[in-house]
Design a binder for this molecule. Structure first.
Ligand code: CTP
Length: 424
């Protein structure tokens, strides 16, 4: 329908970006493909200077598909149609952009002008494999437009940038390149790697790292990329590659994936698997928190704020120093498990994990014991039992039952009979 609407107006319409790449990859591997994000570029001139062809096309489509929500971004450049949980489509996001050179009239049939317009649009993209267009309008619909060797790079499994300045203009592309390389098992092509290293050495990360808060949009995009990476199954290999390229500096100049951090990340995974299999907490954010917690305390807040972490994460990172010292100073002085429980139960699971990551082994063991055994100990008696024993019902029941739990934890009582004797 989109191509019919475009053709009616004498415009050209293309499928671009990740969908074309994924289609070609799926074709090569005979994998089934699930596309949830479609990028279209429309190349056409609109008589009103206020409305881009993309916006008009999106409006026309929305009339035909009223279930779709229409969003218009920027003055008149791009529009999006969103089908959210449509019974047939599940959820689908269609972005419709207008090719850059739409602002002067040209005969739609002129192939040279058309080629230069879509070429220009593709040239400002990140990698050759993401800069292939599939023409959706006739004539020659179904034709691939591959000006920069994207098909060859797909075959050769290469991540190749389109121009030397790409990473300087947009440092988050370094993270995107790594993500695509690890996700598809591709190599970053040597020249591209040099451009990445050049961008990092020339201090491009200063714009993203903690020093500068004047570029929130960049920080937001960096966080989006970090999210994509840290929630993917390949997150560890991606971090490794980012580290090899020196790109973790974009988060903070001192961040290195050393043996200690790797050990902390392994322990984090173990804890998340064991204690949060239901994913009550957001695991990619916990990974990001662990990276930030690994930094020296004086850097943590700035990085957390720049990356706009959630409020609870920021509070946790802020309190970490104090909570950590409280645990590390108190635990060795305790003689009884009930004292450990009393101290540790004031912290939520993510905080306990952050503390455990930084603790020496014997403290870690106590926290582990707390999480696996001690925190789950239930009182051997209940309210009815207390009533039978002659205690008057009231708020003091909580305290009495807590005492029963403490006595159980400390091995003072073993069963109900002993509990009753204990309270008699
Ligand atoms: N793009 C770019 N530079 C960026 C972000 C995006 O050039 N910093 C271009 C790429 O051509 C990309 C397209 O915009 O293919 C769409 O971006 P996005 O949806 O973020 O990525 P996809 O390539 O679709 O990847 P994914 O499969 O991860 O969604």
């Amino acid at each position: 329908t989109a191509s019919q609407e475009a053709e009616k107006r004498g415009w050209h319409l293309y499928l671009v970006g990740g969908a074309v790449r994924d289609l070609l990859l799926a074709e090569a591997t005979s994998d089934t493909l699930m596309i949830k994000d479609i990028d279209l570029v429309v190349d056409g001139f609109h008589k009103s200077a206020d409305v881009g062809a993309g916006v008009e096309l999106a409006k026309a489509l929305q009339q035909l598909y009223p279930a779709a929500r229409l969003e218009i971004h920027g003055a008149f450049q791009t529009a999006a149609l969103l089908w959210h949980k449509d019974p047939e489509l599940d959820s689908l996001w269609v972005d419709i952009a207008t090719a850059r050179t739409e602002f002067y009239p040209y005969p739609a049939a002129n192939p040279e002008v058309e080629a230069s317009s879509i070429r220009q649009d593709l040239y400002r993209r990140d990698f050759t494999i993401n800069a292939i267009a599939l023409r959706l309008t006739s004539p020659r619909s179904g034709e691939l437009l591959d000006f920069f060797g994207g098909l060859l790079d797909l075959q050769a499994k290469q991540i190749r940038v389109l121009h030397p300045n790409s990473f300087i203009e947009d440092p988050t592309r370094i993270y995107r390149g790594v993500r695509f390389a690890v996700r598809f098992g591709f190599e970053i092509e040597p020249q591209t790697e040099e451009f990445i290293r050049y961008a990092i050495n020339s201090g491009v990360y200063d714009r993203t790292s903690q020093e500068n808060t004047k570029t929130p949009a960049l920080q937001t995009r960096l966080k989006t990329e970090l999210k994509h990476i840290l929630e993917a199954p390949y997150w560890k290999s991606a971090l490794q590659l980012l580290d090899n390229l020196g790109a973790l500096q974009c988060i903070h100049p001192t961040l290195k994936l050393n043996a200690l951090l790797l050990r902390q990340l392994r322990l984090l995974e173990l804890c998340l698997r064991r204690f949060d299999a239901e994913q009550t907490f957001i695991h990619w954010q916990m990974r990001l928190e662990a990276l930030i917690a690994h930094l020296a305390p004086e850097y943590r807040m700035k990085v957390a704020q720049n990356l706009q972490l959630q409020d609870d994460s920021i509070v946790r990172l802020k309190n970490l120093v104090q909570s950590f010292s409280q645990v590390i100073e108190s635990l060795p002085t305790f003689q009884r498990p009930s004292q450990v429980v009393q101290l540790l139960r004031q912290y939520d699971l993510p905080m306990l994990i952050l503390i455990a990551l930084q603790s020496p082994r014997y403290i870690r063991h106590q926290i582990w014991e707390y999480l696996t055994v001690w925190a789950n100990v239930q009182p051997l008696l209940n309210g009815n039992d207390l009533k039978k024993l002659g205690y008057k019902p009231g708020p003091q029941y909580r305290q009495i039952l807590d005492d029963v739990v403490a006595a159980t934890l400390d091995g003072v009582i073993k069963d109900r009979t002993e509990a009753e004797e204990f309270l008699a």
